[in-house]
Design a protein around this ligand. Sequence first.
Ligand code: ADP
Ligand code: MG
Length: 717
Amino acid sequence: MPRIRQQNVLAAQWTPNGGALGAPDLTVPDNQIFGSNVFSPAVQRQRLPKETFRRLQHTLARGEALDTSLADGVALAMKEWALEKGATHYTHWFQPLTGSTAEKHDSFYAPTDEGTALAEFSGSELIQGEPDASSFPTGGIRATFEARGYTAWDPTSPAFILENPNGALLCIPTAFASWTGEALDHKIPLLRSMEALSKSAIRALRLFGNEAAQRVFTTVGPEQEYFLIDEQYYFERPDLITTGRTLFGAKPPKGHELDDHYFGSIPERILACMLETERELAKLGVPVKTRHNEVAPNQYEVAPIFENSNVGSDHQQLTMQIMQNVARRYRLVCLLHEKPFAGVNGSGKHNNWSMGTDGGENLLEPGDTPHENMQFLFFCAAVIEAVNKHQGLLRASIASPGQDHRLGANEAPPAIISIFLGTQLEEVFGAIERGEAGESKPGSFLGLGTPVLPPLPLHGGDRNRTSPFAFTGNKFEFRALGSSQSLSFPNTVLNTIVAEAVDELASELERELDRGKDIEAALPPILQRSYSANKQIIFGGDNYSEEWHAEAESRGLLNLRATPDALPYLVDEQTTSVFSHYGVLSARELESRYDVSLEQYVTKLNIEAETAASIARTMLLPAAARHLAMLLDAQLSELASETSELIDQFTGAIKKLETANLAENQPHDDTLEHAVYMRDQVIPAMESVRSVADRLERVVADDLWPLPPYAAILFIK
Ligand code: ADP
Ligand code: MG
């Protein structure tokens, strides 16, 4: 049997991991595993002295700093709990600017004079770590001679145990800062932005007569898309190993045209893997809720129940890690790249976002009374204003080379940011703009000033899957995130810009109220002004269409196609001003993020380009040459000259790519210039190599072609 088909047969074989997990009786309390590896408030209540527990909860509720005596008490209980679970080590778990998570393990054990070892873990070890970690990107915030970086315990995200077949590890979520106190991670700004939004929203809620709420939390519920492929193919593809995506591969005869995969029954091996993944996540307290097949073959989606943005973002990082770990137990590999296969839908992440009070009220949930609806419209208007004003920044917050393949490729929203409100809500805002407040048609859900309103049919309301930013009943869904991306930065941006808009609208409202108007009279003209000034961002049609691109341009909306076009918005004046006003990121901290993102763009593309050149020259070209020799041997001159011509083209394209990759040919003085060079010179050179390679794949003998084809990778489960 030819090599490739033999491998396919191998890849199709699988057995449940180990003896399989079985299906335990879930009515037995001991079989409930949710949160069993989390140092949750419930565990804390059990294990901490009463007074320590009370003080800790109090400190957390008020968002205050912890004192060391309190930390010592918590550390002691946490250590005992971790040791019982077999943890020999602990780590401060943090999120450097690379976008992934980082850990450095320390043993609990220290030797004693008597030649034994004692487990120790103090409050100060819990609160602060000094991992040094001088090799993380900082965008110039730290010169290496002042390389000291500190991690600081984030008590608002619970500690957890990561299990391994050979032991366990206590992970303590932490923030990561320089010795000067500047944020070197994605958590610190997220926490700062949540604080900023809470303040603004509470201020606004007071104007609506809500005296009870003390804090407002932003919430996030991500829907994560991913691929699962057999590991056999993965390890045979140096491009997948090195870059996370296939740099070569002809389009298979069958794609997702038949829509036979989407929401289809989940193949047994995949389901087994999902069940174990979800089991591991449940132990870690990640509330996974839904799973289904996605559009592309071998593509799937998982979504948890929403949580506050900080915990939700930590859980999302954990989810990606656990998905990748567990997949290997089933001889699968989980691909999180935004575009692993050209010509096949890529993977994104929907970031469902809302704001809720400590009393449990969702501020983006339309209510049953005119008063509740006024409040809802106020917050909704703030989101519209924020998104319109900061389109460029939002686009920049999701920019990466992987995303450049996806956004605007008619499988994901375009690079143009716009908002979908749904017909009903758009009508309501339209009526407000025309000054028709008070009208309430049967079946419509809102009307300012009407005494009685029908219940809201919005939840089942219309959907628009082409919109990058859609209102979906009681939340906004930022649908343009990349699948491998951390949630932290896009949420930091959302929180900060909405805080600003809420404050602006609240100031207007305050002025009117101070003049003695009541809220029913004061609000409509403010909403009218705000909507009218920002409605250019509202679009309910097909975001994939050509007409939209033209119309968006005539409306003056930004269309930032590639990463180097978007990133400068991280440091423009408007961004710097809002971030520094709310103390979320200083100009220097923003500058560092800009530098790191540019650098990552350049570096990732360099790696891709070098990998492409090397595969082309050392794997594909020799295969094509062997094929040619075979044709010449058989005196098939017509086929030989066809192949020979392709080989000439291929050689030319490879040489061009190699030249573009040469360090001395790349600009080095300015990173933006370097990024633009990658976009304009290196990417097209890579694409030409690929296009000839994909043609060769269709002519070279199957048993000579060294890379497993899409038709196998995407369809064998
Ligand atoms: P759909 O695919 O229709 O968008 P899903 O049920 O797949 O719906 O996903 C909805 C997501 O929205 C879930 O992750 C859920 O947790 C999240 N979500 C629901 N309510 C909120 C909220 N108030 N804030 C943030 N996320 C939310
Ligand atoms: Mg969704």
